[in-house]
Design a protein around this ligand. Structure first.
Ligand SMILES: Nc1ncnc2c1ncn2[C@@H]1O[C@H](COP(=O)(O)OP(=O)(O)OP(=O)(O)O)[C@@H](O)[C@H]1O
Ligand SMILES: [Mg+2]
Length: 512
């Protein structure tokens, strides 16, 4: 039996006709490289920038580099289950996270999945993690105060709702503590807080969450955690995910406070990914779009106009410096994007001035409008007092004879520094801050020994709570300073009863 050539070709033709190209190069690709949290895939001709892609083992990735021959993909999860030759599919969606009230009180990862073991989350909706910031017409200027409860901040660098204020300082200078204490002070202030931990040690995050729980702050807080052991892609997207969760509340007319702790680690994660994606490195090996990475994130903080509900999102990004160098790349970028910075000075921190807010280099460019009148009045001279104190302090060390005016300035400066000290987790309501700063600027503290100032503060607060609660209430309600005669009489009344407590010292002496 012979086979005719025509038959063969007919058979082949027949087979070819029925052949359905299963691999649609426009919608599906083949992995050609995988490693270090990055994959490259051939095909995927139609993939969009930042589109979510699904690998054959169910792990997701985000399309990054769209090149002629292949697509660079950031893997949003473990890359160990992905092999060269695997297929990867388009989903047609942009990366999204769940949003809604159900997230409040929970600890989630960058994808919005719960990691606190308290069960699943019912999302009100899903929203893309990248979202265009509100434009100029949608905004109004910042005018409501955001009370941090920290004297040194509320008096010197006031923050308004909708502002972006950078917290910057070396490692271990109390950056996180300021952010956490600010969240604690938002209790009953009608605020939703979001704490985004990026690359923080799991133990640090755990203790922050415990502090929030202890003070009842988890009732209004969402924690987004991307730990250092997670893929760099999750560290990179964490702040955007947090911002999306915050925007949901802002668009509902609520007030939101969001902390990014910290953006240096996010920038490092993005640098790592960009280098492996073979994007050209620029200064300090960061990719060219590192500025845009932070500016588009921080622009999402806003105070919306009344037509849009008047909601706000205040951002407190944190950046770590090395040896106080604020002129490094990431610090200068973020300083120029934000509306001011709180600079934490390591020397001050170690010499016991805590919180170590450096009055000379800290500013708030918009918060002044949001400060209450009473605070403006009593805090007006603080910055000057501190500046001249710093200048004179070095002279005073020579021990030469000082004239009375210089001596007075030194006295006042030392007392100002003392008053602005504040222990951890003890936010002070604004009316009490006004009271103690009033005592300071009205010279009541000039006669008090430096060591007794802490006790003076505690005692005067107790005294006013029991005898003059009306005056404190007046400040809190009207935002104005009460009749100064009344205030002076009340303080004089207190001064008569004030007894510096020497017991502690005696005990200390005995202890030695
Ligand atoms: N006002 C304060 N009074 C007393 N101790 C403080 C104060 N603020 C911070 N500390 C202590 O200083 C230490 C460092 O604080 P914190 O973790 O907030 O610093 P950080 O700058 O966020 O550090 P890291 O570089 O690790 O992120 C903590 O042990 C904290 O308890
Ligand atoms: Mg920290």
């Amino acid at each position: 039996m012979s086979i005719k050539a025509e038959e063969i070709s007919a058979l082949i033709k027949q087979q070819l006709q029925g052949y359905n190209n299963e691999l649609d190069v426009e919608e599906t690709g083949i992995v050609t490289y995988v490693g270090d949290g990055i994959a490259r895939a051939h095909g995927l001709e139609n993939a969009l920038s930042s589109e979510l892609l699904e690998f054959s083992n169910g792990v997701y990735g985000m399309a990054q580099n769209l090149e002629t021959n292949d697509v660079g993909i950031m893997i949003l999860g473990e890359d160990t289950g992905i092999r060269e030759g695997d297929t990867v599919k388009r989903t047609g969606r942009i990366m999204e996270v769940p949003v809604g009230d159900d997230l409040v009180g929970r600890v989630v990862n960058s994808l919005g999945q719960p990691i606190d073991g308290k069960g699943s989350i019912t999302a009100a909706d899903h929203k893309p993690i990248e979202h265009k910031a509100p434009g100029i017409m949608a905004r109004q200027s910042v005018f409501e105060p955001l009370q941090t409860g920290i004297k040194a901040i509320d008096s010197l660098v006031p923050i308004g709702r909708g502002q972006r204020e950078l917290i910057i300082g070396d490692r271990k200078t109390g950056k996180t503590s300021i952010a956490i204490d600010t969240i604690l002070n938002q209790k009953d202030q009608n605020m939703i807080c979001i704490y985004v931990a990026i690359g923080q040690k799991e133990s640090t995050v755990r203790s922050s969450v415990r502090t929030l729980e202890q003070y009842g702050a988890m009732d209004y807080t969402i924690v987004v955690n991307a730990g250092p052991s997670e893929p760099a892609s999750l560290l990179y997207i964490a702040p955007y995910a947090g911002a999306t969760m915050g925007e949901y509340f802002m668009n509902n007319g609520q007030h939101v406070l969001i902390v990014y702790d910290d953006l240096s680690k996010q920038a490092d994660a993005y640098r790592e990914l960009s280098l492996i994606l073979r994007r050209p490195p620029g200064r300090e090996a960061y990719p060219g779009d590192i500025f845009y990475t932070h500016s588009r994130l921080l622009e999402r903080a806003a105070k919306l106009n009344d037509k849009l509900g008047g909601g706000s999102m205040t951002a407190l990004p944190i950046v770590e410096t090395r040896a106080g160098d604020v002129s490094a790349y990431i610090p200068t970028n973020v300083i120029s994007i934000t509306d001011g910075q709180i600079f934490l000075n390591a020397d001050m921190f170690y010499s016991g001035v805590r919180p170590a807010v450096d009055a000379g280099t800290s500013v708030s460019r918009v918060g002044g409008d949001a400060q209450i009148k009473a605070m403006k009045k009593v805090a007006g001279t603080l910055r000057l007092d501190l500046a001249s104190y710093k200048e004179l302090e070095s002279f005073a060390q020579f021990g030469s004879d000082l004239d009375a005016a210089t001596q007075a300035k030194l006295n006042r400066g030392a007392r100002t520094v003392e008053v602005l000290k504040q222990p951890l987790h003890s936010p002070l309501p604004v009316e009490k801050q006004v009271l103690i700063l009033y005592c300071l600027t009205r010279k009541y503290l000039d006669k008090i020994q430096l060591d007794d100032i802490e006790q003076y503060q505690n005692d005067i607060f107790d005294f006013f709570d029991t005898h003059h609660a009306d005056l404190l209430e007046e400040i809190a309600k009207t935002g104005k300073l009460p009749d100064t005669d009344k205030l002076d009489t009340a303080i004089d009344e207190f001064a008569k009863t004030f007894q510096p407590n020497k017991k502690d010292e005696e005990e200390a002496a005995l202890g030695d």
